[in-house]
Ligand binder design. Structure first.
Ligand SMILES: Nc1nc2c(c(=O)[nH]1)N[C@H]1C(S)=C(S)[C@@H](COP(=O)(O)O)O[C@H]1N2
Ligand SMILES: [Mo]
Length: 198
């Protein structure tokens, strides 16, 4: 049986430290389940909604006034491309969730345009998730989720909701858009959790 060493490609790109089944790309593919929604910054809001009707909302200037962070991270799409060392700027969800009960187990991210994706609360806290509004030093392009998207790079990239408009807190886990269509409820690329049953 042939032994194939996958540490390097022909072009010398490192493929070690990539999640199983992924390949590297230098492109930034656009993956959207529908048309790109256009949101005017005057009307843009990011909202955190509790089950009991409590809401907190930030306008666009209010979001920009919050402390922001620079994030350098690899990203991994379930369609098998990965991209190294992407640079973002955004507000940590630790900041946006600081007023929220830490007992809440899950959140549903909601997007302008109707997309949803579910995440455990633990996965959007402790420096693991952001509302990102810059990519490579420029305002985030509409096709990539601008004005702002979720960035949760330790999970497959479908969890990083583009055109994010808020989080709804949930006591129990519920599937979002792709999860209802067979994608994994959690989506850890390192455990190759692409679909139900993985
Ligand atoms: N609102 C919204 N967010 C979304 C999607 C989508 O269709 N709608 N696609 C997801 C998927 S499957 C991926 S891989 C990434 C793609 O982000 P990109 O288009 O910036 O590469 O966005 C995720 N977030
Ligand atoms: Mo994806």
């Amino acid at each position: 049986m042939a032994v194939v060493t996958r540490g390097f490609t022909g072009r010398g790109r490192r493929e070690v430290d990539l999640p199983p089944g992924q390949y590297l790309t230098d492109d930034f593919p656009v993956l959207s389940a529908g048309p790109t929604p256009r949101i005017s910054l005057d009307e843009w809001r990011f909202e955190v909604a509790d089950g009991d009707g409590t809401r907190q909302a930030w306008s666009w200037p209010e979001l920009l006034a919050l402390p922001s962070e620079e994030i350098t991270t690899d990203i991994h799409c379930v369609t098998k491309w990965s991209k190294r060392g992407t640079h973002w700027r955004g507000v940590s969800l630790d900041t946006l969730l600081s007023g929220v009960d830490s007992d809440v187990g899950y959140v549903m991210a909601h997007s302008y345009g109707g997309y949803t994706t579910n995440l455990p609360m633990a996965d959007v806290r402790d420096g693991k998730a952001w509302v990102a509004y810059e990519y490579e030093g420029e305002p985030l392009a509409p096709e990539h989720g601008g004005p702002a998207r979720l960035l949760v790079p330790h999970l497959y990239f479908w969890k990083s909701a583009k055109w994010v408009r808020g989080l709804r807190l949930m006591a129990t886990d519920e599937p979002g858009f792709w999860e209802s269509a067979g994608y994994h409820m959690y989506g850890d690329p390192w455990r190759e959790q692409r679909y139900w049953g993985d």
